[in-house]
Design a protein around this ligand. Structure first.
Ligand code: ACO
Length: 333
């Protein structure tokens, strides 16, 4: 069987224009800029327009057009779309096919949504790399795009302060440049027993939204923050160790850790558990809050744009999310 090298050929991101600051939230719920910043590291988040033009697939379209330019590829060079999101445009059809049409792709490429919450992008990337390595596909568009502002109860201070909207994408493909870029090792996992730590039980087949639910406003995402915090730090540290061990490498060889951005204290605690220098950890949660599947591709793209992450660097993506899902990717960019 073929064993092609895999390269991230291009990245892109889009965030909505509207900025919602902690001070704006002070007007909505009983909270303060100081409380939010000290407990989470968040200052601002972006919020999609509900007038249209910034739906999850619109954000993905804008981000992908940039990624295609960097990758020097055309839309029809994409032969699979993996769309990580828990806030799809519609229940049907899936967001990946909506994006396929918006991109003008006419090659009938495969198009699949991945509902793995905050791990959605890493799930997509790891699935993409395995199919590229075996030669089944050549170029995969991996997306993390979320409009969490639709699913958040803006009267619940426990959750509404934490989330934002945004999109990050990567075009991953067969490395034909004869350079060192490759995926070195990766991991995917889940533990369904932690489902009540972060869930949204109303609105699916089991419990459709009724007028009673509308009145009680109990159809939004709900979270047990402390439990999530504990499981997140433990899981992120385990993931990093696991992919490094599989690769026969140690942390000193990693140039950059790009963790899921849920809370700056989770990121710092994970960093301490691993013993990684804080300067090697990419953090942008202050600007965008938790954008679920989009945090890792957005943080990665920004770090490239800022000249931090360079070609040849060893990068570690590390994610966890509702489900509870988790995953990590160790690669040479
Ligand atoms: N503003 C002001 N006070 C608040 C707020 C708020 N927004 N929210 C809670 N409080 C109060 C609480 O009521 C509590 O008051 P009390 O002591 O009088 O009861 C006090 O502040 C402390 O609350 P805690 O819940 O103990 O605060 P904690 O330090 O645990 O921080 C937080 C809460 C930020 C939610 C934290 O637990 C966390 O970040 N958890 C992880 C979240 C996470 O991982 N989310 C992502 C999940 S997966 C995914 O990304 C999709």
């Amino acid at each position: 069987m073929a064993n092609y090298k895999v390269k991230i050929k291009g990245t892109g991101m889009y965030v909505p224009e509207k900025v919602l600051s902690n001070f704006d939230l002070e007007k909505l719920v009983d909270t303060s800029d100081q409380w939010i910043y000290e407990r989470t590291g968040i200052k601002n988040r972006r919020i999609c327009s509900t007038e249209g033009g910034e739906w999850p697939t619109d954000m993905a379209l804008k981000a992908t057009l940039d990624a295609l330019k960097t990758a020097k590829l055309e839309p029809n060079d994409i032969d699979m779309i993996l769309f990580g999101s828990v806030t799809p445009d519609y229940k049907l059809p899936n967001s990946a096919t909506v994006l396929q049409t918006k991109l003008g792709i006419t090659n009938n490429c495969a198009a699949l949504d991945i509902a793995a919450a905050c791990s959605g992008f890493v799930y997509g990337l790891n699935m993409a790399q395995s199919m590229i390595k075996t030669g089944m596909v050549k170029n995969v568009l991996v997306v993390g795009s979320e409009m969490l502002s639709r699913e958040v109860n803006w009267e619940d201070r426990n959750t509404c302060i934490l989330f934002g909207d945004g999109c990050g994408v990567a075009i991953v493909g067969r490395n034909e440049d004869n350079d060192e870029s490759d995926v070195i090792s990766c991991y995917l996992g889940a533990d369904g027993t932690g489902k009540e730590f972060f869930d949204q039980p109303v609105g699916g087949a089991v419990e459709p939204i009724t007028t009673d639910h509308l009145e009680k406003k109990n159809y939004f995402m709900q979270m047990k923050g402390k439990e999530m915090f504990k499981v997140a730090t433990r899981t992120l540290a385990q993931n990093a160790k696991r992919v490094l061990e599989d690769a026969g490498m140690d942390l000193s060889q990693v140039d950059w850790l790009v963790p899921h951005q849920a809370n700056v204290r989770i990121i710092e605690t994970t960093g301490k558990l691993l013993g990684i220098e804080p300067e090697k950890v990419i953090v942008n949660i202050d600007k965008y809050a938790n954008t679920s599947a989009a945090t890792i591709p957005m943080a990665f793209h920004e770090a490239i744009q800022e000249g931090k992450i360079k070609r040849g660097d060893i990068v570690l993506f590390d994610a966890f999310g509702a489900g509870l899902t988790t995953g990590a990717t160790l690669f040479r960019y």
